[in-house]
Design a protein around this ligand. Sequence first.
Ligand SMILES: [Zn+2]
Ligand SMILES: [Zn+2]
Length: 156
Amino acid sequence: MYIELDAVFGNEGAGKAFDYAFALEDELIASDVHVSGRVYNKTGIVYLEGKAVYELTAVCARCNAPIRKPVEVPLSHCLIPHAEDDEDDYYIVVENMRLDLDALVAEDIFLAMPSRFLCRESCKGLCSICGADLNQTTCNCVKSTDPRWDVLKNLF
Ligand SMILES: [Zn+2]
Ligand SMILES: [Zn+2]
């Protein structure tokens, strides 16, 4: 979605709300991206605040279990009509008073996305020797590769 910002840039106190969904093609995104928030002019400076919500689909980096969960990405930017010296993700240059909100949201989503996913922080993963899912079961190879166990074995 595009937002026309002439009126917002031109008038202190002016604002525009947005609430819509769009499709973002990515193997990790299992739903439309729902975007809501507003742009507003506060003492001559234009801000964008809001959030993007989507359904993430991935596999756990440790145990390969499928992961599906809603993800909320906060949107927080300052919109400026011309490029300035400060290069920063916070400042967004709006060409011709027209903001491509889909492109901005897509960038924020991919910046916030971790490079790997875990089904839960405490996931024990798979045994590197026998492949057993250590969340479900235990296996003997884990114990024999634990150095503390070797110390005990040497005692007997
Ligand atoms: Zn896992
Ligand atoms: Zn094992």
